[in-house]
Design a protein around this ligand. Structure first.
Ligand code: SAH
Ligand code: SF4
Ligand code: F3S
Length: 469
């Protein structure tokens, strides 16, 4: 599985899993794009379909049903999906009985238009409609192409045990909420995934217990804005409401040898309680992903982010006061509507001031129907966006290297994930701060915690050797 981050990326996740399910049933192949939430949704879909008698395959040419779980966050994410649909059209010419389904955020955004634009597509299911997939596929087998993109105020798939599609059985995603109630002007997510709703904490704790019993050593709690997680059982008094800090504590208590991560934190909502909870539990990782988007107050206001540059810096200072070693990573958008050189300089100076350990950096891409698309002109020329993005990437390269150099000479706990991709004779794992470390195996295996002395670094990776016990 190729997954790079704690946040949405346009990563293709091709199943590296062991095919499971009823061997006689039709075989489903699932390809996933977008964020970790989509990865976890594909695991939910796999569970729903195997319960309905389907089997899973990671070989597209052997599939009876080909599903693509899509992302709509930027135009290029959608372009890739259109390209894949052309490939599926070819496959259908070779194997005429194959059904093709489009799931996820593009399904939520384009709805019937997907059927109109591509005759290849038999089924369209939005993020809240996965329970309906067996029915939609059954109808499609009978020749009836179908769409269900209804968004729900309640659906959290809380009772479904996702079938884990990762390769190593070490690290798993657990969705704690769905949707988003913010209206960041550039963002399509509230339109594709609907209103925010939190999942019953008890089902989350049970899922984490189950993962611990299965041998998983790390979970990442997922939500678009985890700090606004809130659960209040119906009829229960207000004081029994469960906040994200409460949930984090409950999850951390499940198994002290299980690492806990979470994403994404919104700078306007990240609470002191969460930071204190992180300090209280060894097994909660020392890392906060805190997307800033821009360093300019004017841009932040136009983006509808509800914090200022100084407000963001204050949050960072508050985190560092309690957790001096906490890694802070971010997302940045270059070239949002009306962005000037001065605004851009402010983003660069904020990046320097914070010294982010890592960042995901994007060129602004106008998304239909968002607040920005309706009200502001996408007026920064593409060449200027590209140049600003390149400057941002170059600066972050320096900052990331500084952050890695600071680790050289340290001894850090690493959770082993599997063989290194570039050096298959060595192991790869992550530090609590989410940095990748590569080191000789010394008899260790995925799922082990090892103490590694960091001896050097490359631009992307820490290198080291295991400290003998
Ligand atoms: N819920 C998270 C992340 C959502 S999407 C949050 O609020 O931070 C992940 C990242 O994609 C965003 O943080 C943003 O940097 C980027 N992004 C979202 N919409 C975009 C757009 N229209 N163009 C470019 N980047 C975008
Ligand atoms: Fe999009 Fe903003 Fe919601 Fe994140 S918080 S998903 S950027 S609307
Ligand atoms: Fe994720 Fe992309 Fe949807 S980032 S929430 S899959 S638009």
């Amino acid at each position: 599985m190729e997954i790079e981050s704690n946040i949405p990326v346009e990563a293709t996740v091709l199943g590296g899993f062991t095919p499971v399910g009823a061997s006689m049933g039709p075989k489903v192949y699932i390809e996933t794009y977008g964020c970790q939430m989509n990865v976890n949704d594909s695991e939910v879909v796999a569970s729903i379909l195997t319960d309905a008698g389907y089997g899973l395959t990671n070989d597209m040419s052997k599939a009876d049903v080909v599903l693509i779980n899509t992302c709509a966050i930027r135009e290029n994410a959608e372009t890739r999906v259109w390209g894949r649909l052309d490939v599926f059209a070819q496959l259908k010419r070779q194997h005429p009985g194959v059904l093709v389904g489009v799931l996820g955020c593009m399904a939520g955004r384009l709805k019937e238009e997907l059927l109109e634009r591509r005759s290849t597509v038999d089924v369209v299911a939005g993020p809240d409609a996965y329970r309906d997939l067996p029915h939609l596929l059954h109808e499609a087998e009978l020749g009836q192409r179908g769409v269900n993109v209804l968004l729900s105020h309640e659906e959290t798939y809380a009772d479904i045990s996702p079938i884990r599609l990762d390769r190593h059985g070490v690290s798993a995603f657990v969705s704690i909420m769905r949707g988003c109630n913010n209206v960041c002007a550039y963002c399509v997510v509230p339109y594709t995934r609907g209103a925010e709703r939190s999942r019953d904490p008890q089902t989350i704790v049970h899922e984490v217990e189950h993962l611990s019993q299965m041998g998983y050593r790390e979970v990442t709690l997922l939500g678009q804005n985890v700090d606004s997680y809130r659960w209040l059982a119906s009829g229960a008094p207000e004081r029994s409401a469960v906040s994200f800090a409460d949930l984090l504590e409950r999850v951390a208590q499940v198994d002290p040898r299980m690492r806990i991560r979470f994403a994404t934190s919104h700078p306007k909502d990240l609470s002191r309680e969460v930071v204190y909870t992180m300090a209280m539990y060894e097994n909660i990782c020392n890392h906060i992903h805190l997307p800033v988007q821009s360093g300019s107050d004017r841009m932040l206001k136009l983006m509808n982010r509800h914090y200022t540059r100084q407000g963001y810096l204050n949050r960072v200072a508050a985190i560092r006061e309690v957790l001096p070693d906490c890694a802070i990573t971010t997302d940045v958008i270059a070239g949002f509507c009306t962005e000037t050189e001065l605004d851009h300089d402010q983003t660069m100076s904020l990046m320097r001031e914070v010294g982010f350990d890592m960042a995901y950096m994007f060129k602004y891409s106008e998304r239909p129907n968002t607040k920005a698309a309706r009200h502001y002109a996408d007026d920064v020329p593409d060449g200027v966006k590209t140049r600003r993005l390149e400057e941002i990437i170059a600066l972050q390269g320096e900052l990331s290297e500084q952050s890695k150099r600071a680790d050289v000479g340290r001894q850090l706990e690493v959770l082993v994930e599997g063989p290194s991709r570039k050096r298959p004779d060595q192991l790869m794992g992550r530090t609590s701060s989410n940095k990748t470390v590569v080191f000789p195996a010394d008899g260790h295996k995925p799922g082990d915690f090892v103490l590694v002395e960091i001896t050097s670094c490359t631009p992307a990776t820490l290198l080291g050797r295991i400290v003998p016990e």
